[in-house]
Design a protein around this ligand. Structure first.
Ligand SMILES: [Zn+2]
Ligand SMILES: [Zn+2]
Length: 317
């Protein structure tokens, strides 16, 4: 469990946690309790502003509130269906939009919390129970729980785009610039992963090479944090700028129709990279890599999308 930071980097007193589910995630907000004075000091005293902050950040992600459950200790003894509650002013499922009235939504959640378990129709009762918000958000699939929790806990930073290119020197230079932004932002904020290119374009010169998104390289290298994602060993040496030397491999090569996205890219040491390309058992190694790295997807081979393969090893291929 952790506490969220507001946009001024002040930590709010309100614990929450996240659980990944098949097409999104559950946000669990812990109940508010105790007193504002006396020996039983308040716990999660900033329940309300934290819940509003979570709703806003989940709207920024473009997620959808699908279900709302009361998750108090009393409710947890009931079957899941009986814990589900409705909102009085908002129909579920509800697409969260950054411009909506989050105070009104938070108050409506509070009334649903209070009315739970009452049969007289009144909404008197505890408005700050432990609640489970079931969110639909397909991007959660390619994320680790830590990244997702971090995105909800911290202000989200954006990274300036660098143009995709087929030129390996420019690509390296641009990836290094994005990597520096990722590292600067990671000190206080979480940066969402780049979208990359689902259909990588080809350079409009005679070489017919694919252009690549430097942000995909930077994000994958940042995620690998200096260790080969295949063999787990540390990068064999550092570049002149001090960054560990790893290469970014497209698990389904772009020439076979793979996308230039983080769920098709792995950071690996030069040995593992050469092996992935040239080992007679490379199809097996490819499947092993997909099993090993949770964010990777098994993209099918699409014939007839063959680009010229460069002769020299490059940081990305
Ligand atoms: Zn390796
Ligand atoms: Zn490769």
């Amino acid at each position: 469990m952790l506490k969220p930071f507001d946009d001024n980097a002040r930590e709010l007193d309100a614990l929450f946690s996240v659980e990944l589910i098949s097409d999104g995630f559950d946000l669990l907000v812990e109940s508010r309790g105790g007193a504002s004075y006396g020996p039983n000091l308040a716990r999660n005293s900033e329940y309300a502003p934290a819940l509003e902050l979570h709703l806003f950040r989940m709207a920024e992600l473009g997620s959808e509130l699908v279900e709302l459950h009361v998750a108090s200790s009393v409710a947890m003894k009931m079957p899941e269906h009986d814990r589900k509650v409705k909102l009085d002013k908002f129909p579920l499922p509800l697409n969260l939009s950054p411009t909506m009235d989050f105070r009104e939504l938070r108050l409506s959640i509070g009334r649903a919390s209070a009315a739970f378990g009452r049969t007289d129709g009144s909404d008197r009762g505890n408005r700050t129970k432990r609640m489970r918000l079931r969110m639909k958000w397909s991007v959660a699939k390619v994320m680790s729980i830590n990244t997702l929790e971090g995105m909800l806990a911290r202000p989200i930073a954006t990274v300036a785009n660098e143009l995709p290119t087929h030129d390996p020197d420019k690509l390296q230079e641009r990836a290094a610039r994005v990597a520096a932004q990722y590292q600067a932002a990671a000190k206080r904020s979480i940066v969402p992963p780049p979208l990359g290119q689902s259909v990588p374009s080809k350079a409009k010169d005679s070489s017919s090479r694919f252009v690549r998104d430097p942000a995909v390289i930077a994000w994958v290298l940042n995620e690998a944090a200096g260790y080969c994602e295949i063999c787990g060993r540390a990068a064999p040496f550092s570049r002149a700028d001090g960054q560990p030397y790893l290469e970014v491999h497209h698990v389904r090569p772009l020439g076979e129709g793979g996308p230039d996205t983080i769920d098709n890219a792995a950071a690996c040491c030069p040995n593992c990279h050469r092996q992935l390309h040239h080992d007679p058992g490379r199809d097996m190694l490819r499947r092993d890599a997909i099993g090993l790295i949770a964010r990777l997807r098994d993209y099918p081979r699409i014939a007839g999308n063959v680009a010229t393969v460069s002769k020299e090893p490059q940081i990305v291929e």
